[in-house]
Design a protein around this ligand. Structure first.
Ligand code: 26Q
Length: 824
């Protein structure tokens, strides 16, 4: 209904064509005679963008006027994927655009796929931030995202001769979804020194001087909600050389090269996304990125607050800041600095405001992923911030000492400063001490942080500071956009698309389990999605796969803890089993396609070896005449959000098989189940809640439990390590050269047989193979399988990111939606 009030735009296909053509001819200055698909995309994007910005401006005005509590989501990653389909869904008028494009000789899906993914993230954490923005806009929260505008997103992955090759992802040559705001520029200071001066009231204040200044320039991206005019803002900062007097001096004194070099050094800050996930490297440039972005965002937030001319004590009633992992922890220190050094508040008054403003979300318990910064590094780059960290720590330790006298070990354990050589700042401790709530992202994970990394903090603060908010996904992108036919079928049964904003409504689907026509269509849709993926695989890899086979998919970042090695070793076991069978036995087997995808961090050799093994196995298996359709092994190059939109709807089984206790939540598990696929998984992360919701007969769980992992690891070192006998056969095949030069895989095999099998591949192998046997059996009964799928989908309501945002708003932010008047 709100769309009628739109001041500008199109309502018919003719009007759409007029708008798109006008943009192609004028905004892009292109002739219609050589209008290719890219130009058609550009014109379409600009036509929809015009409609988006009207509501965007109105939303910002409405939110300024209401001036109620705003939510700020600080994330170094926003893995947005493509924007146009989402804009069309939220603005409406996609059908008019489709018809118009057809008349101009274009196909909508091809035009949509011209858009470059906005890939400003590594994986789960970045995509979670994108889902949250979608939910916050859809639910009318006055909310902002703050991030970095990387010139290069996550690298593009090419597979060359079975090896990963990284190619830079330059994505900004045409991006109609961002608006530069050169008037919103913030000076950011680095290096320099701190002195103390006496202010006019005789008070001693710290003054941070010298060093260098870099400009942060805002680029804004509209975030439209679904079924509402609310269009929020994602503000991404780009680094530029300061326009201040500093460089002009150099320039004017004839040092032209020097001033260009300064400029390049400044632009380096936002040049590239660090491609590590769950691995910390301690690089100075990364710390620079973090401070640059935190300082610019805090300046912006504080400036907005100050416009309201309210007392500082009301800051936490106006502002909630959520920290996506420890990456933005410096924001805590920066706010304290602003309040104490620049605004003249007393330490305690300021610190109270800080604590009540921030919430911190933890995404990992793995020690190699916990952020630490060396004290000398921070001393050099951010001298005043280091002082503040030490002051925060001193006061915190004093409080602990008072509460738990004479426990030196406790003080050592909880201190923000780790007393190593060099000393390190533990960011997770700082984030915990500077926030009023700390949350994990699934129940098991939240329990684990309470009992492991934050155990002492639970003792100190009590249990209420630590809470759980199980992750979710947006059903707009991950059901409606990725699987339009399934969404339409569901809508036809539920009487409309209300489930897209209240996903619990899916539960009514269970009443249609006896509806033969419904089930048939469901099955046809899954089949069509598999055909589409099969065509994509054929086109991109040359491998022919049978769409009737069981599609078994594992797509996520490559990491030893996620255990793609377990998967591929299981595939080899299957291959050896097939080879040993008689032709009659083979006939009884269910054909399989094992599909892998995901990027390895460029410096992570073991992950790259796993990719190489998958490719090497594919080379052998896919050519083997004995095997035929019974087994195919495929590596899908350059897994990203757009590829996920093709892969997720096409699975029969997806794999979420991390060593128990290592995957904080996982979110692709939710996406696959929501699209009518089943899961093989360990008792880890959100798999546990998925099982609780859909029922344990609808999921294939296997493997050791988190509570047993420590003992098993201990036994590997101090007992006798017993390699699983089936796994031993797999290793002999690899070592005998079945998949080419065995030397290339030696480190991978040795990590299991000789170096303690830290990820319990051998311990879980038998259970994994057996469970795949159960899957083969279950898949033979297509009716029963289908019933599991439909039942699962109907019970997935809990995993909407809308539920998740509701919970953050209620339990952490204390924020309310601002519904537009005359709203939907
Ligand atoms: C840290 C320091 C230096 C460089 C890089 C990093 C870095 C970058 C990205 C550390 C971690 C990440 C990303 C982590 C991540 O994606 N974690 C995932 O978050 C998801 C959302 O909560 C969970 O579902 C996954 O279980 C978790 O692995």
């Amino acid at each position: 209904a709100w769309r009628k009030h739109s001041a500008q735009g199109f309502t018919t296909k003719e009007q759409f064509e007029d708008e798109a053509v006008r943009h192609i001819e004028t905004t892009l200055a292109r002739s219609l005679f050589n209008c290719d698909e890219l130009a058609a995309y550009s014109g379409t994007a600009l036509a929809f963008r015009d409609r988006l910005v009207i509501e965007w401006n109105r939303t910002q005005q409405r939110q300024s006027f209401a001036d109620q509590k705003r939510v700020y989501y600080l994330s170094l990653e926003f893995l947005m994927g493509r924007a146009m389909d989402n804009a069309m869904l939220n603005v409406g008028m996609k059908d008019a655009a489709r018809a118009g494009l057809n008349e101009l000789g274009f196909n909508m899906e091809d035009v949509i796929s011209q858009e470059h993914d906005a890939a400003l993230g590594n994986g789960g954490l970045g995509r979670l931030a994108a889902c949250f923005l979608d939910s916050m806009a859809t639910m009318n929260f006055p909310a902002w995202g703050y991030g970095l505008r990387y010139r290069y997103g996550i690298f593009k992955q090419e597979i060359v001769d079975g090896f990963q090759v990284e190619v830079p992802d330059y994505w900004l040559d045409f991006n109609p979804w961002e608006f530069p705001r050169h008037d919103v520029t913030v000076d950011i200071q680095f290096y320099g020194y701190v002195s103390r001066k006496t202010d006019e009231n005789g008070k001693s204040v710290a003054v941070w001087e010298g060093g260098e200044i870099v400009d942060a320039v805002a680029f804004d991206v509209p975030i439209p909600g679904y079924g509402t005019p609310t269009t929020n803002n994602l503000r991404l900062w780009s680094s530029q050389a300061s326009k201040g007097e500093f460089d002009f001096q150099k320039f004017n004194s004839g040092n032209y090269e020097g001033s260009v070099a300064d400029q390049q050094r400044a632009e380096t800050i936002s040049a590239v996304l660090y491609p590590n996930e769950n691995f910390e490297t301690g690089k100075e440039l990364r710390l620079k990125q973090q401070y640059f972005w935190c300082a610019a965002s805090l300046f912006d937030i504080v400036r907005r607050f100050k416009k309201g001319k309210k007392a500082w004590s009301t800051f936490p009633e106006n502002v909630a800041i959520q920290l996506n992992d420890t990456h933005p922890t410096l924001a805590i220190v920066e706010l304290q600095r602003i309040l104490v050094d620049l605004e003249g508040l007393g330490w305690d008054e300021a610190w109270n405001i800080v604590i009540n403003t921030f919430g911190y979300t933890n995404h990992t318990v793995m020690p190699e992923a916990l952020e630490k910064w060396s004290v000398p590094l921070m001393q050099n780059l951010l001298p005043r911030h280091l002082q503040i960290v030490y002051e925060v720590n001193a006061r915190f330790l004093q409080m602990v000492e008072k509460k738990f006298p004479k426990d030196r070990d406790l003080l050592t354990r909880v201190s923000i400063i780790e007393e190593t050589q060099p000393k390190m700042v533990r960011m997770a401790h700082l984030a915990t001490i500077g926030s009023h709530k700390v949350n994990g992202v699934a129940e098991l994970h939240s329990d684990l942080i309470r009992t492991t990394i934050f155990k002492d903090f639970v003792t100190i603060y009590g249990p209420d500071k630590f809470t759980n908010v199980t992750n979710g996904i947006t059903p707009r992108r991950w059901l409606h956009q990725a699987n339009p036919r399934l969404s339409e079928l569901i809508a036809s049964k539920l009487g409309g698309y209300d489930f897209l904003t209240d996903l619990t409504k899916l539960n009514k689907l269970e009443t249609f389990l006896d509806d033969k026509a419904f089930k048939k269509e469901w099955q046809e849709i899954k089949y069509a999605n598999k055909v589409r993926l099969a065509q994509y695989i054929q086109k991109t890899t040359g491998v022919s796969v049978n769409p009737k086979a069981l599609f078994d998919i594992q797509v996520k970042r490559i990491h030893e803890y996620k255990r793609q090695q377990l998967n591929i070793l299981g595939v080899i076991h299957r291959y050896l089993t097939i080879k040993a069978m008689s032709p009659e036995e083979r006939k009884k087997l269910a054909p399989r396609v094992s599909i892998f995808g995901g990027k390895a961090a460029p410096g992570y050799w073991m992950a790259k070896t796993i990719i190489h093994l998958v490719c090497a196995v594919g080379e052998v298996v896919n050519k083997d005449k004995d095997v035929g359709d019974l087994l195919k092994v495929v590596y899908v190059e350059d897994y990203n959000v757009s590829k996920a939109e093709i892969l997720t709807p096409a699975s029969d089984i997806s794999e979420h098989i991390s060593t128990a206790g290592t995957e904080a939540s996982g979110t692709s598990n939710m996406k696959f189940v929501l699209n009518g696929g089943l899961v093989i998984g360990t008792c880890d992360g959100a798999n546990i809640e998925i099982t609780r919701e859909i029922g344990d007969s609808n999921i294939f769980l296997f493997g050791n439990l988190a509570e047993d992992v420590e003992d098993l690891r201990h036994a590997h070192h101090y007992g006798s390590f017993q390699l699983d006998p089936d796994l031993a056969k797999v290793f002999s095949a690899i070592k005998s050269g079945t998949f080419g030069d065995a030397g290339r895989f030696a480190a991978l095999c040795d990590s299991i047989t000789d170096h303690g099998d830290y990820y319990l591949v051998s311990d879980d192998f038998a259970s994994y193979i057996q469970t795949h046997g159960l899957i083969d059996e279950a898949f033979k009964d297509q009716d029963a399988w289908l019933e599991k799928c439909i039942t699962s989908v109907s019970r997935m309501g809990f995993f909407s990111s809308d539920r998740c945002i509701d919970q953050y708003a209620e339990e952490i932010w204390n924020a309310e939606p601002l519904p537009p008047d005359g709203g939907a």
